[in-house]
Design a protein around this ligand. Structure first.
Ligand code: DMJ
Length: 565
């Protein structure tokens, strides 16, 4: 994701949204049911829940949610823990010594990554492992400690108790939400809200819940658009009702680089899991309502060939450009459809249908086989195929395998095969490089197969998507090759990315003496190391029966108890 370069858009007209159709009302009632026992909502909020007719809030006004979540509501944590089918860290049955040793190696890598972050960059967003200092960046609107929040659940699952306590202490004492800057709604949601929610569900520590809810409220003004589709950038500053000229008014706007003020599919389509849990924990349906509205608008809008383009206007609700990608700009939207259904304990049939239809269209129009027999997912620009796959798109092997489990007998094997073929192609993109790590994008044209052809696409920034697919494929097939491939990745990370003070991305995967980019991404701790660790765990550690992983690998519980029709 890039920086916002445009000035804030003019305030949206304060008109009421079109009358909500019956299906929206039903969906919102379902979302409200999921939020648990009825909260003592204020009359104004009730109107929002029932119809959505008064959904649009003035951009500078006090958010209804701020009032609502002050109402006493207690989430029954003990009841939630009793509803889990497996202990979160598993039962530890006997296992072979090699698997255990490999898991311990990955745990050591996590400790190394954390210790160096703590020593040189605690409180900054990421570690710069070569220069041994911190990086703040501009995605999080003044929030700090992205690596702390992203690492919490991985530290906990790996039983790095002391390190987990260090991270928790930082959240308690130093995590300041009183900031005033421009943040990516998507990044704050997947890393901070996702990380805090997961830490709360795993430990029951109230501090994680209260921070998640407080931060969630700060994101709500982004949804004040005519369609309810949020804008991509939000100012996290206090919403000041006294001054129309307040520079910190919770205003939102679109990324300057996104065409014609549009919102991005992978951004506004990647809120559902976290926002439903914000409602679950607060008793306030407003979060679920916001996320459900986006899903509903997407379900209704006409789709070219059944495909979802990456840019949509939050004002008109129409597509702005016909670029379709299962990699960057589109990716996690598809992931959240199938995971929304799983997280609802298979009740959200609308999300499932949208996923099934989208996958059918993707398979029909985008899935191709190379001359050398590698299956890949191309990108689509107004009907013309670009025979390229991004590293980001490699999550799709795992997603398709996860969905295959629920595709019905006749489709199940077909989708498992497709998932295996895509994962194999992504593995090839690693195997064909000199470092055994994969490039940012690889192509299938002019005689090239699964390799980057452009200098600008040769880098690897510690991304997780390929090992993420290995983890799902292992859990769903138990084919030992996925553990072998995961171990190849561990060895390559150790050889090429481990430096004196942490792990760094590399600029060219096609040389055995790569230069480093001096950045230990927070998702390396949240995702890459977590998925690798889980690959060498028994299946009951963060069991897929109990948990869905958000797109930053933060585990959120399946709602076994509350989402009852
Ligand atoms: C992560 O922040 C998330 O996985 C997101 O969905 C995509 N990009 C990075 C990792 O590559």
């Amino acid at each position: 994701t890039d920086l916002p370069r445009s000035p804030p858009a003019a305030a949206e007209p304060r008109h009421a949204s079109p009358a909500a159709p019956r299906r929206l009302r039903e969906k919102l009632r379902t979302a409200a049911r999921m939020a648990g026992p009825p909260a003592h909502t204020a009359p104004g909020s009730r109107q929002q829940v029932q119809g959505g007719e008064r959904r649009a809030q003035p951009a500078t006004g006090p958010p209804a949610a701020a009032r609502e979540t002050r109402v006493p509501f207690r989430f029954d944590y003990e009841r939630f823990r009793r509803s889990l089918r497996h202990p979160v860290r598993g039962r530890r049955p006997g296992e072979d010594p090699e698997t255990r040793a490999r898991r311990m190696k990955i745990k050591e890598m996590m400790k190394f990554a954390w210790d160096n972050y703590k020593q040189y960059a605690l409180g900054k967003n990421e570690l710069r492992p070569l220069t041994k200092n911190g990086h703040i960046g501009n995605m999080f609107g003044g929030l700090r400690g992205a690596t702390v929040v992203d690492a919490l659940d991985t530290l906990y699952i790996m039983e790095l108790e002391e390190e987990f306590q260090e991270a928790k202490k930082w959240v308690e004492k130093s995590f300041d939400l009183n900031v005033n800057g421009e943040a990516s709604l998507f990044e704050v949601n997947i890393r901070y809200i996702g990380g805090l929610l997961a830490a709360y569900y795993l430990t029951g520590e109230e501090v994680f819940k209260s921070k998640a809810l407080e931060l969630g409220e700060k994101l709500l003004p982004a949804f004040n658009t005519p369609t309810g589709i949020p804008r991509g950038v939000i100012n996290l500053g206090r919403q000041d009702t006294r001054s129309l000229f307040s520079p910190c008014s919770g205003m939102s706007w679109s990324w300057g680089w996104a065409s014609a003020g549009s919102s991005i599919l992978a951004e506004f389509g990647t809120l559902h899991l976290e926002f439903l849990h914000l409602s679950e924990l607060s008793g306030n349906p407003v979060f679920a309502e916001k996320a459900s509205t986006s899903q509903l608008v997407l379900n209704r809008v006409e789709k070219p060939q059944g495909l979802y383009p990456n840019f949509l206007s939050p004002v008109t609700g129409n597509w702005v450009q016909h670029h379709v990608s299962i990699g960057g700009l589109g990716d996690s939207f598809y992931e959240y459809l199938i995971k929304s259904w799983l997280m609802s304990d298979k009740k959200d049939s609308e999300a499932k249908k949208m996923y099934d239809d989208a996958l059918e269209a993707i398979e029909k129009h985008l899935v191709k086989k190379s001359a050398g027999g590698l299956t890949y997912i191309a990108e689509w620009r107004g009907g013309i195929l670009d025979h390229k796959m991004g590293h980001l798109a490699c999550f799709s092997g795992g997603m398709i395998a996860l969905g295959a489990e629920h595709a019905g007998e006749e489709r199940k094997q077909h989708y498992l095969d497709l998932a295996a073929e895509i994962t194999n192609t992504c593995h090839e993109s690693y195997a064909r490089s000199d470092t055994k790590l994969g490039p940012e994008a690889f192509r299938f044209d002019a005689g090239t197969e699964a390799m980057a052809t452009r200098l600008s696409e040769r880098y690897y920034i510690l991304r997780p998507e390929v090992v993420e697919s290995y983890m799902y494929m292992w859990r769903l097939t138990h084919d030992p090759k996925y553990r072998q491939w995961g171990w190849e990745a561990v060895k390559a990370l150790e050889k090429h990315c481990r430096v004196e003070a942490g792990f760094s991305g590399i600029r060219d995967v096609y040389t055995t003496t790569p230069t480093h980019d001096n950045m230990q991404q927070s998702f390396f701790l949240a995702e890459t190391l977590k998925y690798l660790y889980l690959l060498f765990c028994e299946d009951d550690v963060l069991s897929l029966d109990d948990w869905v992983f958000n797109t930053e690998a933060h585990p959120l519980p399946v709602n076994h108890t509350n989402f009852k029709a």
